[in-house]
Design a protein around this ligand. Structure first.
Ligand code: ADP
Length: 193
């Protein structure tokens, strides 16, 4: 059985996490942010060390350990009764982040809709990430060169994921609006998924 899934898609700083957290509070929606799964690892575990090595350079963690860790997280969430695939829709944020990850997950995810949070203004993204660096103490957000590298990695490796799923299920949302307006635009479609 595949998981009924909605993807939150967009560049670092576009607001996927903000929206995901809100949507995940609605009954029957289960939010999973892949970056949070990584950040909750122990820094001295093998995969925790791999994460820090890549994230602090602004690069993606290799696909195999990423998908394996994510699968374990979902299995544990099911066992703990937090995620019930029979009744819940998965709200994924930050995964799949490459076409290879999308291929690896094609028998697991039934992707019904993609909310593509678009921010045409690069400077705005950089500004948001720098603010978040202070608020959330995130090393990968603190350095301008690393931020730029992450935005390039997004363009090169993550954006092609949109074509993998096809334009038919993609909803473009203007992420430069207020979070409430972005939420409103998402909710109008979420009810129909
Ligand atoms: P952002 O979307 O702001 O870049 P995330 O919290 O989603 O931040 O991710 C932080 C870092 O974690 C990424 O830069 C990357 O190194 C790693 N990461 C998160 N999700 C994935 C993924 N699906 N595949 C590979 N690396 C990932």
């Amino acid at each position: 059985m595949k998981y009924r899934t909605i993807l939150l898609f967009g560049a670092p700083g576009a607001g996927k996490g903000t929206q995901g957290k809100i949507l995940g509070n609605i009954p029957n929606y289960f939010h999973c942010a892949c970056g949070d799964v990584f950040r909750n690892l122990k820094a001295d575990s093998q995969i925790g060390r791999i994460f820090l090595e890549y994230a602090n350079r602004g690069e993606l963690v290799p696909d195999e350990p990423t998908v394996e860790l994510w699968s374990q997280f979902i299995d544990n969430s099911k066992k703990a009764g937090r995620f019930n695939p029979d009744t819940d829709t998965l709200i994924l944020d930050g995964i799949p982040r490459s076409v290879h990850q999308a291929e690896m997950l094609k028998d697991t995810l039934d992707v019904r809709a993609i909310f593509y949070l678009r921010c045409p203004n690069m400077d705005k993204l950089v500004e948001r990430l720098q603010r978040r660096a202070l608020r959330e103490n995130r090393l990968d957000d603190a350095n301008l060169d690393i931020i730029r590298h992450r935005l390039k990695t997004y363009e090169r490796e993550t954006k092609p994921v949109l074509n993998f799923y096809g334009k038919g299920i993609v909803h473009k949302i203007d992420s430069t609006q207020t979070p409430a307006k972005v939420l409103y635009d998402i909710l109008r479609h979420v009810c129909k998924v």
